[in-house]
Design a protein around this ligand. Structure first.
Ligand SMILES: [Zn+2]
Length: 128
């Protein structure tokens, strides 16, 4: 089965939503669009806070929103991000078993699996 929308279209959705970021401190607006297996797209943006460490990345707001709407690990075909995901978000993408991650990095568009983004990662099997 082919995806309902292409990776390019998903990245365009991430680009479009980035303008809604709340980033008054860094002025670095990031958008994320998550494609679920049922064809639904859930978007997120980075949300900063005056207490800097409390800011949340676009990937996490998108995935948290998707989980709140009933999705979970294994439900995600692709995630598109307007910037390279940070280390913490790579852990989140791995936890949610996202098939592929598409993101901009230095003017290039990169597509990687979560294992490529975070090799030898920590997951639930390590908790046994
Ligand atoms: Zn992040």
């Amino acid at each position: 089965m082919t995806d309902v929308i292409s990776d390019d279209e998903l990245l365009a959705r991430a680009d479009a939503v980035a303008s809604r970021a709340y980033a008054p401190y860094s002025n670095f607006h990031v958008g994320c669009a998550v494609l679920a297996r049922d064809g639904r797209v859930v978007e997120g943006v980075n949300v900063e806070n005056a207490a800097y460490p409390l800011g949340v990345c676009a990937e996490r707001t998108a995935l948290a929103r998707a989980v709140a709407e009933g999705y979970g690990p294994g439900d995600f075909v692709a995630v598109a991000i307007t910037a390279s995901p940070c280390g913490g978000c790579r852990q989140w993408l791995h936890e949610m078993e996202v098939e592929r991650v598409v993101f901009r990095n230095g003017g290039r568009v990169v597509t990687m699996t979560t294992d490529e983004l975070l090799p030898e990662s920590f997951d639930f099997s390590n908790l046994a």
